[in-house]
Design a protein around this ligand. Structure first.
Ligand code: 6CS
Ligand code: FE
Length: 297
């Protein structure tokens, strides 16, 4: 007998991919619970994301960029499994658990500018599920194909319900042409399952290029047509977006001379802590899916 959660958000079980309605709220708090206004909460409810023109100061952005430049040069990049190297070049694609690697990022990630918004939207105390820098280097930065983070975190990490969100903060300018985040507005209201089961140790290849859990083209076409098309999240360094963990999103490769480095921070509700994976043979490492569940002060 399958548990209710598996039936609600079943995926990667051999049955064809399909589109089902989300079974969870989107906005859990109210205007009185944090910095976003009622109109901003409405926009998040409808679109699945909210943008900030300037979340970090110019000085903070400068410090963060220096930090990224230092981190990507560390000799440990070849041995530390938290570093993901671009499939086609010897350049750093992502650094996971960046709050443990860098005191500067730790401070920024736990700043009340982020945490107060996460608490308001998720309607509870929150903890850090995952952090990373995606460096998307100039010329060689490869893309991230369309996916819902929740689909992966439910299947591979045992995240029970849709009650988490990500911040993506631009550390360089996000132009239309250097591989910015793309989101399908309104897609967070639908859960898209996929067919192929998760192979063992999937994370060892999926973080370089995701193959399992990505939706079929026909389904992506329908999700975009029936919702808000494709929205590109562009902005100056220090701008940011907070987006629901079930948004359909992705980004293209970067062949421009301009890197696109972003800081990603995932907050999960303390009422949504991880259990065993719903559709994978084993838990992933904690640098991808933290299981200490410590509420942020
Ligand atoms: O597997 C993960 O957890 C990561 N992969 C993608 C493509 N997005 C979210 C997350 O960082
Ligand atoms: Fe993602």
């Amino acid at each position: 007998m399958l548990s209710e959660d598996v039936q609600v958000y079943r995926t990667r079980d051999g049955r064809p991919g399909e589109i089902r309605p989300r079974q969870d709220p989107v906005v859990y708090g109210g205007a009185e619970d944090g910095p976003l206004t009622a109109a901003e909460l409405d926009g998040y409810q409808r679109n699945g994301f909210h943008t900030f023109d300037q979340l970090l100061t110019a000085e903070e952005v400068r410090e963060c960029r220096e930090e990224v430049a230092r981190l990507v040069q560390r000799p440990e990049r070849h041995t530390d499994e938290r570093y993901i190297v671009e499939p086609a070049a010897d350049e750093v694609r992502s650094i996971f658990q960046v709050h443990a690697v860098s005191p500067l990022f730790d401070r920024i990630i736990k700043d009340s500018r982020l945490v107060s918004v996460a608490r308001q939207l998720l309607g509870s105390e929150v903890y850090i599920h995952q952090t990373r820098v995606n460096a998307k280097p100039a010329f060689t930065g490869s893309g991230f194909y369309w996916h819902s983070d929740f689909e992966t975190w439910h299947a591979e990490d045992g995240m029970p319900r849709v009650r988490a969100l990500s911040f993506s903060i631009g550390l360089t300018e996000n132009f239309p042409h250097n591989g910015p985040l793309m989101i399908i507005p309104g897609s967070h209201q639908w859960f898209v399952s996929s067919a192929a089961p998760t192979p063992p140790e999937n994370h060892k290849s999926s973080l370089g290029k995701q193959e399992v859990g990505v939706p079929e083209e026909e389904i992506l076409h329908r999700i975009a047509e029936d919702n808000g098309g494709v929205h590109q999240v562009v902005g100056a360094p220090g701008s940011a977006v907070a987006f629901d963990c079930n948004c359909m999103h992705g980004s293209a490769e970067n062949i421009t001379p301009y890197p696109r480095a972003n800081l990603f921070v995932v907050f999960n509700s303390v009422h949504n802590t991880l259990v065993e994976p719903f559709a994978a043979p084993a838990r992933r490492p904690e640098y991808l899916a933290d299981r200490t569940f410590t509420p942020l002060g």
